[in-house]
Ligand binder design. Structure first.
Ligand code: HAM
Length: 411
């Protein structure tokens, strides 16, 4: 779990601000849900036999012996909220986004943490393949907006309740003959969650499944048609993508379209964003039978990709350098007035020399420095120095506030 310090947080704010801007253009509204939910919510949605539920949840009993879990992801809590507040009664179509911390007890490494942050977006209530294409186009739009390149959009279809069981059976039969080559985890998964074997990073498993049957050859006509329409619309929107029939995703609620934005720049933690359709999830959680699709991006991974190319910390507008008690008092009042007008104004409170105060102004990148000494004070003036061009002029003290507001804000 990481602290996000000043100097780093500017990049986070930029990424969050950009999400609000881009998602707003597509009609999304923000939703904020608690970080703790009943454990059952995640077991039912993500799936009992997934790594997340089996090994990674921060689960505890509260004082009333209710089993609670720190949310490992955002889709299930947002669907819980959508159902609980009967949002469908007003309008079955909802476009919701969220940002915040998620918790998974994983083995930490670069790009993988136990508290991490996601920005996610979900569209509920539309089955049309154009919505899949729109969500993916929005994701690409976001990456362009924030200037993160080196990412590839990979898409797949996982079929539906009608066609996936058939594929699962075919895959189990294929794996049965190769069990000895699979890793320990996959020998267990082969029984509980065989599709996950296709996604295993172990060399033995990769080799053993190189010729595995493809889910795309086992889609029913409805899923097949949906997937080809998604591709048609992606091409119409000039959204580049590749098809990866081995992508299975680590959560069980997916149906039909699934996708990941992958990069080669983050080592083995190569997914910067991921998501898909979940047409059965809302009904499974006790809500109406409505489809959904969405994604979540890993903020830590976006920050790593943004690298040093981050937003500069904001410069101070004004630094007030005062010498002597009276001058310091007047500067203090002026600083407060400037701050109330929204200017970033600072001064020193520790009686430093003028030289040290000027150094501090430089460090803050102050655009203007006001210098008030005893001698200036006696004449009710101050020196106003423009740090960008070095010009310095004497200004009547009482006019300083107006002068600085005009120069900084143009007001
Ligand atoms: P997910 O693939 O589990 O999907 O996570 C989405 C993204 O969160 C990953 O691609 C990655 O960037 C980031 N992430 C996941 N785990 C960690 C970690 N331990 N440390 C750092 N980053 C991590 C979901 O969570 C789904 N709820 C996405 C979704 C939304 N599907 C439909 N709607």
């Amino acid at each position: 779990m990481n602290d996000i310090l000043p100097g780093e947080v500017e990049t986070w704010q930029f990424l969050e601000r950009s999400a609000r801007k881009v998602f707003g253009a597509y009609g999304f509204a923000e939703i904020r849900v608690p970080v703790v939910e009943k454990t059952e919510l995640f077991c039912r949605s993500i799936g009992e036999t997934t790594d997340i539920v089996e090994k990674e949840m921060y689960t505890f009993n509260d004082k009333s012996a209710n089993s609670l879990t720190l949310r490992p992801e955002g889709t299930a809590p947002v669907m819980r909220s959508y159902i609980e507040h009967k949002m469908y009664a007003q309008d079955p179509v909802a476009r919701l986004y969220y940002m915040g911390p998620m918790f998974r007890y994983e083995r930490p490494q670069k790009g993988r943490y136990r508290q991490f942050h996601q920005i996610g977006a979900e569209i509920i209530g539309v089955e049309d393949p154009r919505v899949d294409a729109q969500v993916l186009a929005m994701l690409i739009h976001y990456f362009e907006e924030v200037g993160i390149g080196d990412v590839e959009l990979q898409v797949n279809s996982l079929g539906c309740a009608e066609c996936r069981p058939g594929f699962r059976q075919t895959l189990v039969e294929f794996l049965q003959e190769r069990l000895d080559s699979l890793c320990e985890d996959c020998r267990r998964r082969y029984q509980t969650n065989p599709l996950r074997v296709l996604d295993c990073k172990a060399t033995g498993c990769k080799e053993a499944t190189a010729q595995a049957p493809s889910v795309l050859d086992h889609l029913c006509s409805g899923c097949d048609d949906h997937f080809s329409q998604v591709q048609t619309y992606l091409r119409l929107l000039n959204t580049p993508f590749t098809i990866n029939p081995r992508m299975v995703r680590g959560l069980d609620y997916y149906t039909k379209t699934t996708f990941e934005m992958v990069t080669t720049r983050l080592g083995s933690q190569n997914a910067v964003a991921a998501g898909g359709r979940y047409d059965g999830l809302i009904a499974d959680l006790g809500g109406p039978s409505l489809p959904g699709i969405g994604f979540a991006m890993g903020l830590e991974r976006l920050v790593l990709m943004k690298g040093d190319d981050h937003e500069p910390a904001s410069r101070a507008d004004v630094f007030l350098a005062a010498m002597g008690e009276m001058a310091s008092q007047k500067a203090f009042v002026l600083m407060s007035a400037l701050q109330r007008h929204g200017l970033h104004a600072e001064m020193d409170f520790s009686g430093k020399s003028l030289k040290a105060q000027m150094r501090r102004a430089g460090k803050l990148g102050a655009r203007f420095v006001v210098i008030v000494g005893e001698e200036e004070l006696a004449r009710n003036v101050a020196q106003l120095k423009d740090m960008d061009n070095g010009n310095q002029a004497e200004v009547v003290f009482d006019r300083l506030e107006e002068e600085l507001r005009a120069r900084v804000l143009g007001a």
